[in-house]
Design a protein around this ligand. Sequence first.
Ligand SMILES: [Zn+2]
Ligand SMILES: [Zn+2]
Length: 351
Amino acid sequence: MKAAFLTGIREIETRDTPEPTLRGPKDVMVRIESVGVCGSDIHYYTEGRIGSQIVRFPEIIGHECSGILTAVGSSVRELRIGQRVAIDPLLACGECDQCLAGRQNTCRRQRFLGCPGQATGALAEYVVMPARCCYPVPESMSAAQAAMVEPFAVALHSVRLASLNPGAKIAVLGGGPIGLSVLLACRAALKDVIWRVYVTDLIDERVQAARQCGADWAGNPLHEDTKAAIEEREPLGLDVVFECAGKQETLDQGTELLKPGGALLIVGIPELDRISFDPHLLRRHELEVKNVRRQNDCVRPAIEMISSDAVNVDRLVTHRFPLAEANRAFDLVASYGDGVIKAIIETTVDT
Ligand SMILES: [Zn+2]
Ligand SMILES: [Zn+2]
């Protein structure tokens, strides 16, 4: 089969490699159709690492994926060949204290699809997964929508962790695919109540997309003082800030925008290995800081929300590439070029 290998910093090569085989009776084989390029993939592409997670080249990455089942193990009852599935890329052990406590997302022995050294990624024609990681999607759902389930589930998990109340005043700092998904998830969660959400991003197309996705206000800090603009509209401060940019500036801005008792959720992967906070502000305002790790139990609701049009993730998918042009997709996302939000690699399209 063909697979896109990360062979060096900013280098991807499509190579032939043996097809994987089912390892056990509970495994399934998936003919991959769509793979979204994630910000975490870009860290591996441009830096070869995320913190202590280091790529040993060559490596197949990619985890936001969907495909069609082409083989199912002998003890798989709930899935059948030919079904389109959204894949949960987390391979949790199911046995550790975290898994037993229902926190598979922090499983102590977890492996993750496309995570260096853990499990071969999805930028390939076929992957083998345990059946429990594969969720059938309705027939009406496209392969790209099914690939958006994973990032949307992360956003939904973030919104659930925030326990928003009616009337909440919210900011999303960073309007990339995850930030915009957080916005969509907030809107869906609070659809019948009064609330306000503000979005900021350094890219005009993303600010525009935020408005289209239902932000009450969106702005670009390169053109205006977005913090002052939000403070003018919300003089008492915000209840919740979702930091989706991974930058020290937005972490600082997030805590400064919160009202006393407010909560900052760190959803973005910080660029640096250390981040800092003003302890006096955190203490005086009794601010809560929560980290978001992947998602937990949000795949099924994400499928339900996307397939029922409760949220429209289609507008986040701005670019599509065949597998052989994966490097172009990665370069585009890494450079934030051409108004890209989510680039999808379609492994079934020939070049
Ligand atoms: Zn991702
Ligand atoms: Zn576990």
